[in-house]
Design a protein around this ligand. Structure first.
Ligand code: ADP
Length: 474
C-alpha cells in the first residue's frame, strides 16, 4: 500500500476496520453513469474526476467533472476505458483516493480492483476475491448452493465437450440453455429445444464465447419456461452488515437484455418475495459481500425461484430502487467504501422501506424499424418529457449533441415514480410522448408500444413478452 498513512484504524468488535474520508474520487467510466456518480460526489462535497478517451473529448461527462484526464491516447474508443495501468497512473499522479467503476468496462474486473488496492487506492465495490468468485457464473452458482439457495438445475462445472451437454439434456430433459461461463449482458446464451440440436448448438456457443469473452467455457442449465426476472438490491458495509433494498422486476427483455425495469415487482406474492429477499441476504453473508450488488433470480409460473447470478457492481436499473426507497445508492457506496457502518448511514434493515412504485425505460438511439440498429449523428432538436415524478439520467441528451457510433446507444434513462405501478406507467407513457428528438432515430415508439400493451398494464409479463408480440416493433 503506497499511502497507508491516510487510513485511520478503528477497532470494531474484534476486528480492525480501516476508515478514511475521500477527498477526490475518479470515475473509471463515461456517459450517464459517470455523471450519476459525479452528482453524488458533489453532494458529498468531494472532488469529482473524469477520464475520457480521445473519441470522447467533447463528451458531457468530461465537462461535468471537476477535473478530467485523457487516457488511452491512440487506442480504439472502448479500449481507452480498459487501460488499467494508465488509469491507475493517472489516479496516483492526481492524488485520487478512490475509484468508482460504474457499470460495464472495468466494473467487474477483479484484476482492476486488485490493481487499485495494490496502488493504495480504494476500489468502490466488493473485494477482489469476491468479485472474482461472483464474476465466474459457475463459481457463483457453487456459492449459492453452499449457502442453501436453490439454483436452476445445471452442470456442476464448466464443460468443454458437446457430449457432456447431450448427457445433461438426456438426464434433465429439454429445453436447456447453454451459457458462457464468463458471459454477460445477455450475450453468450443459447436455448436448445431438441436433443438432436444440442451438439451443433454447443459448437456454435463455444466458439461465440471464445471470441466474445476470450474463454469458450460453457455450462448448461435447465431452461425455465416463462420465468420472471426478479433481482434483489444489496448493500454491505465493511463491518459485516448486509441489508437488502427490496427487489426489481426486469422481465421485459429483448434478447435477454433488459428494456424496462420496475420496483417493486408488481403482483409478486408476499411469501415469494420474502423467500427471495432472505436467499439474497444469505448468499451475500456467505461470501462476505461488501458494497452494492445484485442477486438475480428467475421465478417460474408456480412461484418457485432459482438463483441465476450475482452482479457485483451498481446496475443500470439502480435508479428505480432509489426512487422507491429514497436511498441514494451511489452515495451509500461511497460511504461504505470509506469504512462507514450501514447503521451510521441510517441504513438499518428495519428503516428501509418501499414507498410507491417506479419504472425505468432505457431510451436508446436505435431504430426499432430497422432491427434496432444503432443510429448516430447530431441531435438537431431535443425536448424531454418532464414534470412530476419524472427523473432523467443522461449524458448526451441535448440539442447539438453528437451521437457517435463508438459506445453503447443508451441516450437517457427515463424513470417515473408514483404511488402505484399503474400510475407510474401512466406518467412514463405521458413523459415519453412529450419527447421530441430530431436528428437521430430513437426507440421511443417501441417503448410506448411496450408500456401501453395490455399485458404490461396488467403487470402480467414474463421474459417471453417481447418475443411473443412482434407487433411491438411496428
Ligand atoms: P447475463 O449475465 O448475460 O445478463 P443472466 O444469467 O443474468 O445473463 O440471464 C439473463 C436473462 O437470460 C435472464 O433474465 C433470463 O431472461 C434469461 N435466462 C438466463 N438463464 C435462464 C434459464 N435457465 N432459463 C430461462 N431463461 C434464462
Amino acid at each position: 500500500c503506497l499511502r497507508p498513512h491516510l487510513w485511520t484504524q478503528l477497532r470494531h468488535g474484534s476486528s480492525v476496520v480501516k476508515r478514511r474520508e475521500f477527498n477526490k474520487v475518479m470515475v473509471a467510466n463515461r456517459g450517464e453513469i459517470a455523471i450519476r456518480v459525479f452528482r453524488a460526489l458533489t453532494e458529498l462535497n468531494k472532488t469529482s474526476v473524469a477520464i475520457y478517451s480521445e473519441q470522447d473529448k467533447h463528451s458531457m461527462h468530461r465537462l461535468k467533472a471537476d477535473e478530467a484526464y485523457l487516457v488511452g491516447k491512440g487506442l480504439p474508443p472502448v479500449a481507452a476505458y480498459l487501460t488499467i495501468e494508465q488509469i491507475i497512473d493517472t489516479a496516483l499522479k492526481n492524488n485520487i483516493d478512490a475509484i468508482h467503476p460504474g457499470y460495464g468496462f472495468l466494473s467487474e474486473r477483479a484484476d482492476f480492483a486488485q490493481a487499485c488496492e495494490n496502488a493504495g487506492i480504494v476500489f468502490i465495490g466488493p473485494s477482489p476475491d469476491v468479485m472474482a468468485r461472483m464474476g465466474d457464473k459457475v463459481a457463483a452458482r457453487q456459492a449459492a448452493i453452499e449457502a442453501g439457495v436453490q439454483v436452476v438445475p445445471g452442470t456442476s462445472g464448466p464443460i468443454s465437450t458437446a457430449d457432456e451437454a447431450v448427457e445433461f439434456a438426456k438426464t434433465y430433459g429439454t429445453p436447456i440453455i447453454l451459457k458462457a461461463a464468463y458471459g454477460g449482458g445477455g450475450r453468450g446464451m443459447r436455448r436448445v429445444d431438441k436433443i438432436e440440436d444440442v451438439e451443433e448448438a454447443f459448437r456454435r456457443a463455444y466458439s461465440e464465447a471464445q471470441s466474445a469473452f476470450g474463454d469458450g467455457s460453457l455450462f448448461v442449465e435447465k431452461f425455465v419456461e416463462r420465468p420472471r426476472h426478479i433481482e434483489v438490491q444489496l448493500l454491505g458495509d465493511h463491518h459485516g452488515n448486509i441489508v437488502h433494498l427490496y427487489e426489481r422486476d426486469c422481465s421485459v427483455q429483448r434478447r435477454h437484455q433488459k428494456v424496462v425495469e420496475i420496483a417493486p415487482a408488481p403482483a409478486l406474492p408476499p411469501g415469494v418475495r420474502e423467500k427471495i429477499l432472505d436467499d439474497a441476504i444469505r448468499l451475500a453473508k456467505h461470501v462476505g459481500y461488501q458494497n452494492a450488488g445484485t442477486v438475480e433470480f428467475l421465478v417460474d409460473q408456480k412461484g418457485h425461484h432459482y438463483f441465476i447470478e450475482v452482479n457485483a457492481r451498481l446496475q443500470v436499473e439502480h435508479t428505480v430502487t432509489e426512487e422507491v426507497t429514497g436511498v441514494d445508492l451511489v452515495q451509500a457506496q461511497i460511504r461504505v467504501a470509506e469504512g462507514k457502518a450501514l447503521e451510521d448511514l441510517k441504513l438499518k434493515q428495519s428503516t428501509i422501506q418501499v414507498n410507491g412504485a417506479a419504472i425505468q425505460c432505457r431510451l436508446t438511439t436505435e431504430d426499432p424499424a430497422r432491427g434496432f440498429q444503432p443510429d448516430s449523428g447530431r441531435i438537431e432538436v431535443f425536448r424531454s418529457g418532464e414534470g412530476m415524478g419524472i427523473r432523467l439520467d443522461s449524458a448526451s441528451a441535448y440539442a447539438g449533441s453528437v451521437i457517435t457510433p463508438h459506445y453503447d446507444s443508451l441516450l437517457v434513462k427515463v424513470i417515473a415514480s408514483a404511488r402505484s405501478h399503474h400510475n407510474a406507467a401512466a406518467k412514463l407513457i405521458r413523459a415519453l410522448k412529450e419527447f421530441r428528438i430530431r436528428g437521430v432515430k430513437t426507440n421511443i415508439p417501441f417503448l410506448l408500444n411496450v408500456l401501453q400493451h395490455q399485458s404490461f398494464t396488467d403487470a402480467a409479463v414474463d421474459t417471453y413478452f417481447i418475443d411473443e408480440h412482434p407487433e411491438l416493433f411496428a
